[in-house]
Design a protein around this ligand. Structure first.
Ligand code: IMP
Ligand code: MG
Length: 175
């Protein structure tokens, strides 16, 4: 049991399970992008912990930068996406890898992929730690998925409930 603000959560994915899955994804990325020097774009705030742990395990040369978007207010997706920090790197001709914490409705990712595509990268792939297939409203292809989870609110390991819970080592699900 874990209390975050006014809500109760139960343990859903342990730190150990996260670590194992992340090492596996990192191996796949290292293999798929060998010799390609990709530009990794991590999506703040939610993916900060995932990006950090994932990138430590990827063992090919790459560049890493961050973008920031926001679409959530407390527990509901607003359906509108605000770009708070844009991409400052040259995207044109690059192999871009977008790293997200979770693809829920897919609205944020769709918006992000559109704005990156306009800058003519050589390729774009998407890594998301979590995917809620039942919540998808936009067709988004996630190339590397950590865990497919039911359409229930989760916190921890970067994900927040109204700004809280990001620092938890594990992922918790709303009780
Ligand atoms: P989407 O646009 O609906 O796909 O929402 C994506 C963003 O909403 C994610 O990057 C998260 O920041 C946030 N989000 C979606 N589901 C959850 C959740 O269960 N817990 C915390 N944040 C979430
Ligand atoms: Mg996010």
């Amino acid at each position: 049991m874990m209390k975050v603000k006014d809500k109760e959560f139960t343990l859903f994915i342990s730190a150990e399970e996260l670590g194992e899955r992340i090492a596996h994804i990192a191996k796949d990325i290292s293999k798929d992008y060998e010799g390609k020097k990709p530009l990794v774009l991590g999506v703040l705030n939610g993916a900060f912990m995932f990006i950090s742990d994932l990138m430590k395990e990827v063992d090919i040369p790459l560049q890493l930068s961050f973008i920031k978007i926001s679409s959530y207010q407390a527990m509901n997706s607003t359906g509108k996406v605000k770009e708070l920090i844009g991409v400052s790197e040259e995207i044109k001709g690059r192999e871009v890898i977008v790293v997200e914490d979770i693809v829920d409705t897919g609205v944020s990712m769709t918006h992000l992929l559109e704005s990156i595509s306009e800058k003519e990268p050589a390729s774009i792939s998407v890594v998301s730690l979590l995917l809620k297939p039942e919540a998808l409203k936009k067709p988004v292809t996630v190339d590397y998925i950590g865990f497919e989870i039911p359409d229930k609110f989760v916190v921890g390991y970067g994900l927040d409930y109204d700004g809280f819970g990001r620092n938890l080592k594990e992922i918790y699900q709303l009780k």
